[in-house]
Ligand binder design. Structure first.
Ligand code: KG4
Ligand code: ZN
Length: 342
């Protein structure tokens, strides 16, 4: 079954064709980074406008690269939540138009479910159940996948997402957007014990995260140094900060894996591209005998292959949408709305 996936939840306009949830026939991503870089972050209005300009060309390219026409496509999967509402609406409306005109089923895909499914296109044999750490710009979750479409939230952030925290720290160090990626590069080879940061824990919720205190502590450190006219070593500062953030992510994930007796751990989302996180998770997994999976770098950030891959499993579960499908800026990963009985 060939599914056309469409993704426009943030600053990437993406389309892909994936067969049976696993085989990527095409994967086109038009990044808007160049347009947002001058503002130091994503400007929602600009993102929506650029999605509207790019989407038909991106979808056409995805079909062409896959050697398909719309007639060869069995269903259209689209990210409908969560994300920037104006950005999501561009993809949702485009997908609805295509589904209507070509008489194809429409599959609503939750963006974080998509991030997790990026692993299915990278690892042919990976199947639930498994534990997943989903870390993106807006979310930090530990999720237990009982099945492809059954999700149990084990832990989540109480305030900032890991990506958001890295982006703000990077910005205050003068690094350009996208901050997390540039912080990863800038901190490479730095001394991660040069600065010490708090290790936030949430009382009574051992799998939850809290990153806002960590973010404030790095901002305060930089402020104090600036007031005293001191120069901080940004390589060491970045490495120490990444150590603190990734320690929290790894500790909670391994604790959850142990407590829930899960042997397979999966990483997903933009922050899963982080070199420190990947290395630390690999070390912990081999030490404790876990199977570890994380996507190839090109599938860590937003893309539509992940949407088409998850779309396949949503389709098999009967999660289809009618043409009244709406977009939602927030939606828990364990919920489905807009489901139709069509
Ligand atoms: O999943 P994603 O592309 O978009 C959202 O759904 O939010 O995640 C974007 C986040 C940003 O915070 C970005 O800075 C972060 O992923 N990111 C990284 C790296 N690459 C992207 N964070 C740390 N290290 C990286 N290499
Ligand atoms: Zn994302």
């Amino acid at each position: 079954m060939k599914i056309l996936g469409i993704e426009s939840s943030c600053d990437d306009t993406a389309a892909a064709v994936v067969e049976d949830g696993r085989k990527v026939l095409s994967n086109i991503v038009a990044s808007q980074v160049k347009e947002h870089i001058v503002y130091g972050g994503v400007v929602p209005e600009i993102a929506s406008r650029l999605h509207a300009e790019a989407i038909s060309g991106v979808v056409k390219e995805a079909l062409d690269k896959a050697g398909c026409t719309l007639a060869d496509i069995d269903a259209i999967a689209v990210t409908y939540a969560p994300g920037l509402i104006g950005a999501l609406l561009v993809g949702v409306n485009f997908a609805k138009g295509l589904a209507f005109s070509a008489h194809k089923p429409l599959i609503p895909v939750h963006h974080l479910r998509g991030h997790i499914a990026a692993n299915y296109v990278c690892f042919d044999r990976l199947e639930p159940p498994f534990l997943c750490l989903v870390v993106s710009g807006g979310h930090s979750h530990i999720v237990l996948l009982e099945d492809y479409t059954r999700f149990k939230i084990i832990g989540k952030t109480r305030d900032d997402a890991a990506g958001e925290c890295l982006d703000k720290a990077a910005r205050s160090m003068g690094l350009p957007y996208p901050g997390g990626l540039n912080l990863d590069k800038a901190a490479a080879g730095g001394n991660d014990s040069a600065f010490s940061f708090p290790h936030p824990r949430v009382d009574g919720a051992p799998y939850d995260f809290s990153f806002s205190g960590l973010k404030t502590s790095v901002l305060n450190l930089m402020h104090n140094a600036a007031q005293k006219g001191e120069q901080l070593n940004h390589k060491d500062l970045g490495a120490s900060f990444l150590r603190a953030v990734t320690d929290c992510l790894c500790e909670n994930t391994f604790k959850a894996a142990k407590d829930f007796n899960v042997k397979k751990i999966v990483l997903a989302g933009g922050v899963s591209a982080n070199s420190v996180l990947r290395k630390k998770m690999q070390e912990g997994a081999s030490l404790n005998g876990y199977e570890l999976y994380f996507p190839q770098l090109q599938y860590c950030g937003d893309n539509a292959a992940m949407v088409a891959a998850q779309g396949y499993y949503e389709y098999l579960a009967g999660n289809l949408a009618s043409l009244s499908l709406n977009a939602y800026a927030t939606l828990p990963i364990d919920e489905v709305i807009g489901k139709s009985s069509l």
